[in-house]
Design a protein around this ligand. Structure first.
Ligand code: PMP
Length: 456
């Protein structure tokens, strides 16, 4: 067996890690863990530490670790048929079955699902489908996509452009030309603190309408949004937000792409978040919870309205000129089928709807009065604790103090993994949907102690 020293040497010498400080990693200053196993909500590292993963990997291991039902389905698929493509109407039993299972769960007005590998490429597909759609409709100028600041939609060329976090643009020459960003529905730090949530929502809608007017509605194809903001800070939509936004999109013939990569398959205590927020998206992005990350797989679900137009386009022009070698990969599809069955049989959507709010409420009870805790918010199994230097003036801590990374490290020493969100001092929680109340209590104790250790 390799020694830990040997592994970390190889790691430093050969591995260009995603979302990692490259220079610090090469100098051996980044303390990444090497994980060797997982069971339920817990993972084990090479040093033998057992950690409660309160972020489910990257909000993706929805059914929890170590599910043999999914492992067996993957192994069986690999033995029988590891690969065949989905071009020219081909498929496998697994990919056809999964498409049926996804569409049975999707809102009624949705029609078909295209499968990709991850959330980023699914959003690349979505933008191409939107462009194709408007070309077929004879609207070649209607191509820009509006996203929101603080959004996360991936880190490809287009998906990274749609993302509204500076870190993902800086030094990459992004965002691309066809993308605009509008006001983020991040209400805790809204400029006017006295502004009520409905008023702030009306402001967001007015900003969107202003942007559409400035650009010209005939140049705007789609609006993309996470039903609830994820990586940008775990922010439920403020009161009245979606009610104010959707009529503007309808009025200007702008498609709605709901990015449900995090929220899909139960995380908010509903199979999908869109219907829960009264949204009827034209396209939905899915990934993460589709397979609980047991294999990479994503999807773009298109509505009947979009499908009808896409269909016309291929009648005139031949096959759609879009597809990946690994679209609907059988191993991913087999994992997806087994995963969706488990979500149902274990009642995980219902568990997210009860244990998730318990986690948020208990976190509020434990930390809500702390002088440096500004906001505790959440929905379903998605919770955030936002730290603040001064509660009254809502002044942030100096980012150089790295308050949240310190707290998250202190939680790690107590055996609990949370995430320091990339922008602002926000501790994020997105546990597997099978979290129990006892496990939620463990998360809260570790958080409370770590906050006290770092901030008093
Ligand atoms: N959309 C959303 C809402 C996401 O949270 C993510 C990933 N965190 C993505 C897209 C990109 O997915 P991937 O990392 O699988 O490309």
């Amino acid at each position: 067996m390799l020694t830990n020293d040997q592994l970390s040497q190889w790691d430093r010498d050969s591995f260009l890690h995603p979302s990692t400080h490259l220079a610090q990693h090469a100098r051996g200053e980044v303390q990444g863990r090497i994980i060797i196993g997982g069971e339920g909500c817990y993972i084990t590292d090479r040093d033998g530490s057992r950690l409660l993963d309160a972020f489910a990997g990257l909000y993706c291991v929805n059914v929890g670790y170590g599910r043999t039902e999914i492992a067996d389905a993957i192994a069986e698929q690999a033995r029988e048929l590891a690969y065949y493509h989905a071009y020219m109407g081909h498929g496998t039993e697994a990919s056809v079955t999964l498409s049926k299972m996804v569409m049975d769960r999707a809102p009624d007005h949705m029609s078909k699902v295209y499968f990709g590998q991850g959330g980023s490429d699914a959003n690349e597909t979505n933008v191409k489908l939107v462009w194709y759609y408007n070309n077929i409709r004879g609207l070649p100028r209607k191509k820009k996509i509006i996203s929101r600041w603080r959004a996360y939609h991936g880190s490809g060329l287009m998906s990274g452009s749609l993302t509204g976090l500076n870190l993902f643009h800086r030094k990459f020459d992004l965002p691309l030309d066809m993308v605009r960003h509008t006001t983020s529905p991040y209400y805790y730090r809204r400029d006017t603190r006295e502004m009520s949530e409905p008023l702030f929502s009306a402001q967001c809608a007015a900003d969107l309408e202003q942007l559409i007017d400035t650009e010209g509605a005939d140049t705007i194809a789609a609006f993309i949004a996470e039903p609830m903001l994820g990586t940008g800070g775990i922010v439920p939509p403020p009161e009245g937000y979606w009610e104010a936004i959707t009529p503007i999109l309808e009025k200007h013939d702008i498609l709605l792409i709901a990015d449900e990569v995090i929220t899909g398959f139960g995380r908010l205590g509903h199979m999908f978040a869109s219907p829960a927020y009264g949204l009827t998206p034209d396209i939905m992005t899915i990934a993460k919870g589709l397979t609980s990350a047991y294999a990479p797989l994503s999807g773009s679900i298109v509505s009947e309205k979009v499908w009808k137009v896409l269909e016309q386009g291929t009648d005139e022009n031949g096959p759609i000129g879009h597809g990946w070698t690994y679209s609907a990969h059988p191993i991913g599809a087999a994992a997806g089928v087994a995963n969706l069955k488990l979500i149902d049989s274990l009642g995980l959507v219902e568990n997210a709807a009860t244990v998730g709010p318990y986690l948020t409420a208990q976190m509020q009870a434990a930390l809500g009065d702390h002088a440096h805790v500004g906001d505790i918010r959440g929905e379903g199994m998605l919770t955030a604790v936002e730290l603040i230097a001064d509660r009254d003036s809502r002044t942030y801590f100096d980012p150089d103090r790295k308050i949240t990374p310190q707290i998250v490290a202190a939680m790690g020493r107590r055996g609990v993994i949370a995430r320091a969100m990339p922008q602002g001092d926000i501790i994020g929680f997105a546990p597997p949907l099978c979290l129990t109340r006892e496990e939620a209590d463990t998360v809260i104790t570790a958080t409370t102690e770590a906050v006290a250790e770092v901030l008093g």
